[in-house]
Design a protein around this ligand. Structure first.
Ligand SMILES: CC(C)(COP(=O)(O)OP(=O)(O)OC[C@H]1O[C@@H](n2cnc3c(N)ncnc32)[C@H](O)[C@@H]1OP(=O)(O)O)[C@@H](O)C(=O)NCCC(=O)NCCS
Length: 165
């Protein structure tokens, strides 16, 4: 892969949905399907990393909480999607292209876009054992706020990270 062959750009839902679903897990495929209406209404945005036009990574950010999401966040989870807060629900790069800087580029793109949309704080949950993700976010200036067992995933200890934009 050379640097010019991968571009970070907003999703084109019609063109990108199937190629994204080719590498996403079942739960994330569902997240993508459920995001279509939110995207249309301007309540979320999605960036893709595209290799010669074909998505090989994505990041999805919710700007406003909606009842039609596929998960039911607790009170804090809703707070992370209101006012000047936005929520990075998922970021993933296809395994073949990890460790080449695409995750970092996606994070920078979503931070810029959230700022452009008037947000001041970005939040995310990630598993306590996802060390690769912790290192990546911390290098990008995200802070580990706390760890907890969320109501929507009570068996998994999760970290909450915050980035002030
Ligand atoms: C977390 C995830 C998105 C990171 O994506 P990525 O594209 O591998 O991220 P980056 O390449 O920017 O950074 C990862 C590593 O590559 C290294 N790297 C970055 N650019 C590089 C380059 N040009 N050449 C070599 N290494 C590079 C970074 O130093 C970093 O190393 P480190 O983790 O040891 O500190 C990816 O691992 C993934 O999809 N994981 C599964 C889903 C997930 O866990 N998502 C996060 C929870 S919401």
């Amino acid at each position: 892969m050379d640097g010019d062959s991968v571009a970070i750009r907003p999703i084109d839902f019609v063109r990108d949905e199937q190629p994204l679903k080719a590498f996403l897990g079942e739960r994330d495929k569902m997240r993508l399907s459920h995001a279509e209406a939110a995207l249309r209404d301007g309540d979320c945005f999605i960036f893709v990393a595209a290799e010669r036009g074909v998505p090989v990574g994505w990041a999805i950010v919710h700007l406003r909480y909606r009842e039609d999401q596929d998960w039911d966040p607790d009170e804090n989870g809703r707070r992370y999607q209101s006012g000047d807060n936005a929520y990075l629900e998922n970021i993933e790069v296809t395994p073949r292209l990890r460790s080449r800087g695409l995750g970092q580029q996606l994070i920078r793109a979503v931070e810029d876009e959230a700022r452009r949309r008037g947000k001041r704080h970005l939040w995310l949950h990630t598993s306590e054992n996802n060390v690769k993700a912790h290192q990546l976010f911390e290098r990008q200036g995200w802070q580990h706020e706390t760890s907890m067992y969320p109501s929507w995933k009570p068996d998994t200890r999760m970290r909450i990270y915050k980035k002030t934009l």
